[in-house]
Design a protein around this ligand. Structure first.
Ligand SMILES: [Zn+2]
Length: 341
């Protein structure tokens, strides 16, 4: 498929409608991890900020970090979400070397915050992006691939795992699908992540540094012909700059259009964004970046979600939530409008 000639962007827009969706992970700036007392300093010596809980040793038990729950509620409130009166953590089971327990404590069907929105301004128009959910989970460790030219596993001679990041609180913010933005889709994606970053920054709950990975973005993109049902979406993982968010949407629109034009079908899969096309420019957009396939997408049943038995449910006191709501800072967008006026 990578050898298909890409159509021009205007040509794609004339024949297809994009639907995008964004899943943003924000690493919270709490002093300690989500379920243990380990420190969370960025850049510490590998495997120095670990303990039996975040290493998943048998018999260890997690205890939820109140500051992380508070920060998640603040983010939910800033995004005009409803805050659950009662919710639970869930186990998401999968095997990966950077995840010592072989499950991630996350939230599944009972997220802490649901049903909000974020207004995004671009070129004089406002796009309201619906927020499906804001939930709390723990981050995984980091794998380093040594000995290859690219730092990726391909060509590496050895792989090392650093568990310092394992168990750091991570907030996942998921939008509803965003249809109807047409040619602006890549800009809307970028503007949304930009505004979201401003909001989280204004709350003081994360340093939201995309280059350090404390804010990471998964970009969902699909195309359909006008009047037809939404197409199959792909998910481009861990896009780590605002510019790349825009480019990931655009490059995926071009790629999918080329596949559809050739009579092919889009595979539901995760993909990875590469800043530059490698090799001899076979993708025809020398500097625009492109996505390459990752694993085919798991479905929820593959993860065998079930309620986390080692943690009590979260039931935020409504008075506490009201207090947090009253203490929210002025939203960045309103602050800009006020200062401009
Ligand atoms: Zn720990």
């Amino acid at each position: 498929m990578s050898t298909l000639a890409l159509p021009g962007y205007d040509d794609v827009i004339a024949r297809y409608e994009p639907v995008i969706g964004l899943e943003v992970h924000v690493e919270l700036g709490t002093r300690t991890k989500m379920f243990c007392g380990c420190r969370t300093d960025f850049g510490a010596e590998p495997n120095t900020q670990v303990c039996p809980v975040c290493l998943g040793l048998p018999g260890s038990l997690p205890v939820a970090n109140r500051a992380a729950i508070e920060a998640t509620i603040q983010i939910g409130l800033a995004l005009r979400c409803d805050i659950a009166e009662w919710c639970r953590f869930a186990r998401k089971n999968y095997f990966y070397p950077d995840m010592p327990k072989n499950f991630q404590i996350s939230q599944y069907d009972e997220p802490l915050c649901v049903d909000g929105y974020l207004d995004v301004d671009l070129d004089g128009q406002t796009v309201r992006v619906g927020i499906e959910r804001v939930h709390l989970e723990e981050d995984t460790g980091k794998t380093l691939h040594i000995g290859g030219a690219t730092g990726r596993i391909h060509g590496a001679t050895e792989s090392l795992v650093d568990y310092n990041r394992a168990g750091i609180p991570l907030v996942e913010i998921v939008t509803n699908p965003i249809p109807g933005t047409g040619e602006l889709a890549p800009h809307v994606a970028r503007a949304y992540v930009t505004e979201l970053r401003e909001i989280v920054k204004s709350l003081g709950v994360s340093d939201v540094r995309m280059e350090q990975g404390s804010m990471r973005c998964d970009v969902n993109t699909s195309l359909n012909r006008p009047g037809e049902e939404w197409g199959t979406r792909t998910e481009t993982k861990n896009v780590n700059s605002l510019r790349s968010v825009e480019r990931a949407v655009q490059s995926e629109m071009l790629r999918q259009a080329a596949v559809l034009d050739a009579g092919g079908t889009i595979t539901q899969e995760t993909r990875h964004f590469r800043e530059r096309a490698s090799g001899s420019g076979e993708h025809g957009r020398e500097d625009a970046g492109h996505t390459v396939p990752g694993r085919s997408k798991e479905t929820a049943t593959d993860y065998r979600y079930f309620p986390e038995p080692d943690l009590v449910p979260i039931a935020p006191d409504p008075a506490w939530v009201a207090e947090l709501k009253a203490a929210l800072p002025e939203p960045p967008r309103e602050r800009r409008q006020r200062l401009q006026a």
